[in-house]
Structures are given as structure tokens and as C-alpha cells.
Design a protein around this ligand. Sequence first.
Ligand code: ATP
Ligand code: MG
Length: 390
Amino acid sequence: MKEVMLIKLGEIVLKGLNKKNFEDKLIKNIREKIAEVGEFEIKIMQSTIYLMPQNENDVDFAQLEKKISKIFGIARYTRAAWCQKNLDSIKETVAEYLQKELRMAKTFKVESKRSDKKFELKSPEISAAIGEHILERFSNLSVDVNHPEITIMVEIRDFGAYVHADALPGAGGLPVGMGGRAAVLISGGIDSPVAAWMMAKRGVELVAIHFASPPYTSPRAEQKVVALLNKVAQFSGKLEMITVPFTQIQEKIKSNCAEDFFTIIMRRFMIQIAQKLAQKYRCKALITGESLGQVASQTISAIACTEAAAQMPVFRPLIGMDKDEIVAIARKIDTFETSILPYEDCCTVFTPRHPKTKPILSDVQKEESKLNCKELVNFAIENIKITKIL
Ligand code: ATP
Ligand code: MG
């Protein structure tokens, strides 16, 4: 009996003419992610990807499952046993391969799929024969077709039969790389890593941009962002983090502009710098972790002023989400515990006492005109630092 991994495609199956491109990309992403687990032969047939270990003894399936669970484009996945396409061999394989689960359960059902129409029995007949065999072998079990504790799946394919229990839910979404590239503005907070994850889920390849204001922000704050990106990268794949020096800009804003405009002017600088970097790094959009009304700089008026500094699309995947919903995702992707570690963010260091919640663009621009914006932006861009993540 040989063990394999079966991967069921998600939204990709709905694609039309470019379906093959999506499948190829997914297979490439899978190949890269599992390279360190072992060597595999990879096949795709009827919206199922088969990972077959070249040398089964070398493969840690638990580790493989962990990797697969974090690859976007996968709806479900399961370990399965591969056996000869004859009823006796399938019966034996089911009873042996799933014996631990079958001993613990009280109810089961069998579902069969037959893509090889030359196989001697039809799907309902296969299910009936296997079910009968299981009832004989496991006295603790009875059949429940509506709410079984365990569903035994038997798939008869061209090159063999596969047996497995219920498949596990995959990460969903689309293969990373199929949605183009975008630059995510990442702080050390809860929201931006979740925003990054959500866009990677839609197939977007990421570049991360972080604004640091030493000595007001410490190297530890930057390390925290690296730690967060390491979690995100487990889903998105390798990425580059661009650290932008922001101290000079913040100090200039503080000494030249009216206090209630600090945040909004700062955010417009972030967008302008991020956009220039995005262009340089072949990104077609920006991503932020803003959520409507969460803070003064995230009202409709404030966002309109920030957005006016951008000429490329700014994606805000959290815009309509409550903090609780964002936290639930942060926990799921394991960024939450890192995000809540205490740190200084460049935003919090220069927070005005009474930020404007309804800024007017012309007023903001008037305040900004007190600064040499172009020179400040260029200085920041010339002094970036790149860190490779993963
Ligand atoms: P987060 O939890 O992501 O820090 P937040 O609720 O604290 O978000 P703000 O501080 O207003 O919100 O920031 C809004 C968005 O601006 C962030 O989600 C992020 O995309 C971006 N941002 C804020 N600070 C930085 C920074 N230091 N570097 C890069 N981007 C930042
Ligand atoms: Mg923040």
C-alpha cells in the first residue's frame, strides 16, 4: 500500500480558457513549497493534483500536510492510500489504511467515484460492497448515510484506486502570482498583516513596505515586522521587505505643519513613497490595513485625502470588517500574538492630540506646501533597506 496526497482545486475549476495557467502556477507553487519535504511525482487529472512520493520512507506526511494547508488555490486536501484497481484489494486497503479512524467511530458511510468507466462495478455497487466488508470487520460500526462520523471515499481512477477519509479544508483563494504584484504597507499592528494575507489569498504576490523612524522607533519594532512577515510568507511565499527611513519627514511635518494635520500629511507621504517604490518593484497596486472609522485617519474624508496622493489602486481588504473579525483572522494565521507585543510605530510616536476627522484636501495641500515634499520623498527612497523574508 502506498500513501499519496490528493489535492482538490478551488476556484480554479471555474476558470475558462486560462485554467491551465492557473493549474500550472499552482503546481509550481506546490513544488517550491514541498521541495524540502521530499521528492514527489506530481500529476493533475480532473481537478485533482496527485503528489506521489518518490521514496515514501523519506516523507513526513504531517509536515507535508502543514505545508499544503498554507498554499492558496487549494479547496481541500487529504492523505490517501493508493492500491490496485480490484475490489478485494480496495476492501483490504480500506480496512487497513483507515483502521484507526474506523475503530473509534460509531457510524460511517462509503462514497465512491468511478472515473474509469471500465471498472467492473458501478459507483453505488462499489460503495455497497465496501460497506458490507467494513460492517463484517468492525463490529462497532453501523451505517449512517445522513450524518456519518466518518465518510470513506473510494476513487477509481485510470491508474489505480484511492482510498481516504474526509478531506480537510485547504487555504482557498487563488494561486499566488496569478493576481499580479502589489506592495503592502505594513506596520507592526494587527491589521496590516491580515490585509497582506487577504490579498495573497486572491493570488497577489507581495512586496512589503515598512516605515521606520529611528531613534523614535527601535530596531525591535522592525524585528517585529520581520517576524510578522515571516508568518505571512508561509502563505504568500518569499517576499522582500523594504524599510523606509521616515524620521526626517515626521520631524519636518512636526516643526512646520499644523498639529491636527500631522497624521493625514504623514499618510499622504507614505502613499507617495510607497507608490514610487511599488513602480520600481513592478507592483501595480498598494495594500493597506485600513478599516472604515477605526481611527481618525480612516474616516471617509481622511481616506479621500490619502487616496488623492495615489495614482494606482489602493486595496483596503479590511475596509468593511470589525476589529473582532480582523482579530479572528490574525489568530488563524498566527500573527496575533506577535502583533500585540508592545512596540512603537512611527504613527503613534507623532500622534496629534486632536486629529482632523473631516480633513479637506485643499487645506491639507496648503499645509503640505510648507514642506519640500519632492526632496523629502527622494531622500527616503534613496535610503531604503531591503530585507529578504523566508
Ligand atoms: P495596523 O494594525 O496595520 O498597524 P492601524 O489600525 O494601527 O493598522 P494606522 O496606524 O492608522 O492603523 O495605519 C493604517 C495603515 O497604514 C496600516 O494598516 C498600514 O497599512 C499602514 N501603516 C501604518 N503604519 C505603518 C508603518 N509604520 N509602515 C508601513 N505602513 C504603515
Ligand atoms: Mg498601526
